[in-house]
Design a protein. Structure first.
Length: 260
């Protein structure tokens, strides 16, 4: 089918030009077709007829922006000066100074405030974005989550999510900022070793991404999610009943964003 991917090839090139050399997408051009769209058409040609080019460009720009912000914050050497806190980490937390874990705040900052965008991941309220497991739940509910060990190789901009081995309400989150031809990948993570870190994982297999505290859960496919978001196809992410249980509801201080 000559030329059926011509537009995507052009946009892929533009996307590559938006990000630095160490964050270029190396997966096939076809990976840029949102999976939600791919399932609707019976042929590649018919799928392309339904592709909203403007929405795809906007999605790619926001991904490039998030990767750029994450890389810049890493290069700044952002780290804690007290427990889960510093003057810069305060910016990730909507101006708050506290000792709440901040990996999910960092991911939201890269995709939102860090590029002058007030939107949060999956529309989760600011008092909930500090919880990685709510991001995972919202992605699962919307059909944008690929479970670990299901053969999915991440794309630059995807979110990598872990769940605690001892408490399913806790976990960790980071942004995939580089993917290698052999399936390994780098994740830029806030609150990793008390700083913004870049960690290399051997492959997309879950066992290669497990840590001492957390079991790897899977990836949020951000191209799919943002494409639908730009097409106004995203509904409310989570109801209050679906959000992470407040394990510290009797604590004197607000629990908002206390867990990673």
């Amino acid at each position: 089918m000559p030329g059926s991917f011509g537009f995507l090839s052009t946009q892929q090139q533009r996307y590559r030009e938006c990000v630095s050399d160490n964050t270029r997408v190396v997966t096939p051009v076809q990976r840029q077709i949102p999976r939600q769209i791919k399932r609707k058409g019976s042929t590649e040609q018919s799928q392309m007829k339904h592709l909203n080019q403007n929405a795809l460009v906007k999605a790619q720009r926001r991904i490039a922006g998030a990767v750029g912000v994450a890389t810049a914050e890493y290069k700044k050497g952002v780290h804690e000066t007290s427990e889960n806190d510093s003057a810069r980490i305060k910016d990730y937390k909507y101006g708050m100074r506290n000792n709440w874990n901040w990996c999910s705040y960092f991911a939201n900052y890269c995709y939102g405030l860090g590029q002058n965008d007030k939107r949060t991941l999956f529309g989760i309220a600011p008092d909930k974005v500090g919880r990685s497991q709510d991001v995972k739940k919202a992605a699962q509910k919307g059909g944008y989550f690929s479970d670990a060990n299901k053969g999915y190789t991440p794309t630059v901009g995807d979110l990598a999510i872990w769940t605690s081995k001892t408490n399913a309400a806790e976990g960790h989150i980071g942004i995939v900022t580089k993917v290698y031809p052999n399936g390994s990948y780098d994740v830029t993570e806030g609150n990793k070793d008390d700083k913004v870190s870049v960690i290399h994982y051997n492959s997309q297999r879950a066992k290669d991404a497990d840590t001492e505290r957390n079991k790897f859960a899977g990836f949020v496919r951000m191209t799919d999610y943002l494409y639908d978001l730009e097409n106004n196809k995203i509904t409310a992410s989570l109801s209050p009943e679906e959000t992470t249980t407040d394990l510290y509801e009797n604590d004197d201080k607000s629990f908002m964003g206390y867990m990673a």
